[in-house]
Design a protein around this ligand. Structure first.
Ligand code: AMP
Ligand code: MG
Length: 413
């Protein structure tokens, strides 16, 4: 059986990112949030666009005020007022200054800003006393100091968050080439399954996986294509799967991958010419994870266990890596692990790498894992709500004692 790390390596190897040319579209700034740049972005504008003041104060020639002090102030004539957005008209000469406000454009002849706290405006005159010298060029933001036009502004493969939106807006990069969103088909298998809006009859089970996985895919920027519930019927399954693998980037099914009499997925994948890349992983929950590739399409098939907890843990631990790499992100494909402790003992049977669900919080600067209350049977879906982290118990370990450091997988990224 593969270890979690081995399965992770196989997934990273078989998933190829979307094509930089063919799999792209143009979006505007308003619709760019959470999209991934498919090309390097450059701007035609320097940033700052021109020399400007970082403070409210007075624009001066440094040589004019360098020798002043509190007992020996320099008196300057105010020749102009420069609020932000105004283009200065006058040139500062020795003995002169312009009143300037934050963001105001530095006037010709001025090279330094004296903050207003170090000055005193003389009543009913256009004179100001400067009490304290600045350093040369102090509080001047120089044109191009932070970015020079034509240089790389943002790299290809970067995800656009609010900070990137600010950078792109200020640089007038309004149209952006991004990767298209990955198309991921989802199907639920099982004769027992019904939709949440149907009346529950004895013995039936509501298909929660379809909805959970669609949400998970959307959260990672993909487009979920919900193919619904397919009965445990070889022909019906084969028909749906054979069409899905020709249309989607990935197909994700839940159920039917264990060793039960109604578990047909592996057999169908093989009959469709699929190469089984992963069949079982030493992970708990989620052992029957099945991953297949095909010769006639780039689509990758992820058969994950039907058990709702196993299904979500498989998504968090494995499918997330595949979606992130596919989507064009240049890095950060793997889950984020942090070191922390639990106040309670954590237990497993030690045979497989175990993921226990719960909440991660920072208390007095330490990462603390709180195990979800109630049963940790993979049949208990209810206590999964509010989970933001998984505690990892390595193979060979039965117990993590309270207070002992261990790895926690964060689900917040
Ligand atoms: P399976 O992997 O098909 O053996 O299913 C394992 C368990 O998960 C069974 O109890 C199923 O009824 C349940 N199950 C399977 N698919 C789903 C689903 N889509 N939503 C909720 N539970 C499911
Ligand atoms: Mg089943």
């Amino acid at each position: 059986m593969l270890t979690v790390k081995q399965a992770e390596s196989i997934i990273l190897e078989i998933v190829k990112p979307l094509d930089k040319e063919k799999d792209t579209e143009i979006v505007t700034l308003e619709t760019a949030l959470n999209r991934i740049l498919a090309t390097e972005v450059t701007s035609q504008l320097d940033f700052p666009y021109w020399d400007n003041s970082a403070m409210d104060g007075y624009a001066v020639k440094f040589t004019d005020i360098e020798k002043c002090d509190i007992n020996n102030p320099k008196i300057l004539e105010i020749i102009e007022e420069i609020p932000a957005g105004y283009q200065p008209k006058k040139t500062i000469k020795l003995g002169q200054t312009s009143r300037i406000f934050t963001g105001g454009m530095l006037p010709n002849g001025g090279d330094t800003i004296v903050i207003q706290e170090n000055t005193e405006k003389q009543k009913d005159s256009n004179k100001v006393k400067i009490f304290s010298p600045s350093k040369p060029q102090e509080f001047v933001r120089k044109k191009g100091e932070y970015y020079q036009a034509g240089k790389p502004l943002l790299n290809s493969g970067v995800k656009i968050h609010p900070a990137e939106i600010a950078v792109l807006a200020t640089s007038q990069c309004n149209k952006l080439k991004v990767y298209r969103r990955p198309k991921i088909a989802i199907l639920s298998t099982g004769n027992e399954l019904i939709n949440p809006n149907q009346t529950l009859k004895p013995g039936q089970i509501i298909d929660s996986n379809q909805y959970a996985i669609a949400a998970f895919i959307s959260q990672l920027g993909g487009i979920p294509i919900q193919l619904g519930i397919i009965p445990d019927d070889k022909e019906a399954l084969k028909k749906v799967i054979s069409q899905a693998i020709l249309q989607a980037d990935f197909v994700v099914s839940t159920g039917g991958v264990s060793v039960g009499d109604y578990d047909y997925i592996q057999e169908i994948l093989t009959s469709l010419g699929g190469k089984i890349e992963i069949q079982h992983v030493a992970v708990k929950p989620g052992k029957p994870l099945t991953v297949a590739t095909f010769a006639n399409t780039n689509c990758i098939y992820f058969g994950i266990p039907g058990n709702p907890v196993s299904a979500l843990v498989s998504c968090w631990r494995f499918l997330s890596i595949a979606i992130k790499k596919l989507s064009g992100l240049s890095s950060n494909w793997l889950p984020v692990f942090v070191k922390g402790i639990s106040r309670d003992e954590l237990k497993t049977n030690g045979k497989r790498e175990t993921y226990l669900w719960g909440k991660l919080s920072i208390e007095e600067g330490k990462n603390i894992f709180h195990l979800a209350g109630g049963s940790h049977s993979s049949g208990n879906l209810i206590n999964l709500a509010q989970t933001n982290a998984l505690a990892v118990i390595p193979i060979g370990k039965n117990v993590i004692p309270a207070g002992e450091e261990f790895l926690i997988m964060s689900l917040d990224n």
